[in-house]
Design a protein around this ligand. Structure first.
Ligand SMILES: [Fe+2]
Ligand SMILES: [Fe+2]
Length: 273
């Protein structure tokens, strides 16, 4: 089974690249399941239901979030009715929407997707390790789920790597999002879980983590906020992680980055050729 996870879509540049190229990628490489982090898809802040529909229409099977999930206020409403839209599972009780969902892949397999948010250098939230364990207990790999994808939206590399060890052998993939720059530590761990500390973003890398560099730079130089951040509008690099999952065990057998377009060098997983 072929899984693809795409990092945070940032603004028009990132979402347009993904909406235009994802259908061809799925068809050309026979990808069974696609999860996408969409927390920055609308002007860099949150996602609207219309954009969500276009990302799902391009072939995404689940759209995850993070600290920006509810920046567009209508997400508080559509989070309830859009079953393929996930927000972090460790948000407080009573938060609209869901933190995990079980979806059917194109090959007929059941894929559990869990979204959680870290706590180091981020908002005070419930324990993400316990929240993920609870979702896994309700839908274990090899029983109700044929594959499990965890999007851990976190700042600290230490917290993300600790979670990968915590989940090794119990999920197909644990992938970091939020920092918007891809790390080169992607691998299959000893227990069979694929991991990467951060998958990177789908956006214009000629920027400061997807935003036009001028205002972030100005704030470092002067420490006085001026304009709002706005997404950089140059050509986007699609940045993701491809995972081969064993149909029997649901564990990973191979993992490789995908990078297409923009200013980063292109990489297509060799096992897709
Ligand atoms: Fe993000
Ligand atoms: Fe984030």
């Amino acid at each position: 089974m072929r899984l693809l996870f795409l990092g945070d879509l940032v603004g028009r540049s990132g979402r347009t690249a993904v909406i235009e190229r994802l259908p061809g990628l799925i068809a050309d490489h026979r990808i069974d399941f696609v999860a996408v982090n969409g927390e920055n898809a609308a002007g860099g802040f949150g996602i609207t239901e219309e954009i969500l529909g276009r990302v799902l229409g391009a072939g995404a099977d689940a759209v995850t979030g993070g600290n920006h999930t509810f920046d567009q206020r209508d997400a508080l409403v559509f989070a309830e009715r859009q079953e393929r839209f996930l927000r972090p599972a460790n948000f407080p009780a009573g938060t609209p929407g869901r933190g995990a969902g079980l979806y059917m892949a194109r090959n007929g397999a059941s894929v559990l997707v869990i979204n959680a948010m870290g706590r180091v250098f981020m908002d005070a939230l419930d324990d993400p390790f316990a929240a993920i364990d609870k979702e896994l207990a309700a839908c274990p790999l090899g029983e109700q789920a044929d594959a499990v994808v965890v999007d851990f939206h976190a700042e600290a590399t230490s917290e993300k790597q600790a979670l990968a060890h915590h989940l090794d052998g119990r999920v197909s993939l644990v992938v970091g999002t939020h920092t918007h720059v891809p790390t080169s530590d992607y691998r299959v761990m000893a227990g069979g879980t694929a991991c990467q500390t951060d998958v990177g973003m789908c956006g214009d890398y000629n920027s400061v983590i997807g935003m036009n560099h001028r205002e972030p730079l100005r704030r470092f130089l002067e420490k006085v906020p001026g304009e709002r951040f706005s997404p950089a509008s140059g050509p986007a690099t699609i940045s993701g992680l491809a995972v081969e999952v064993d149909d029997g065990s649901g564990l990973a057998t191979a993992v490789a980055p995908l990078r297409l377009g923009g200013v980063l060098s292109e990489t297509i997983p060799s096992f897709w050729r």
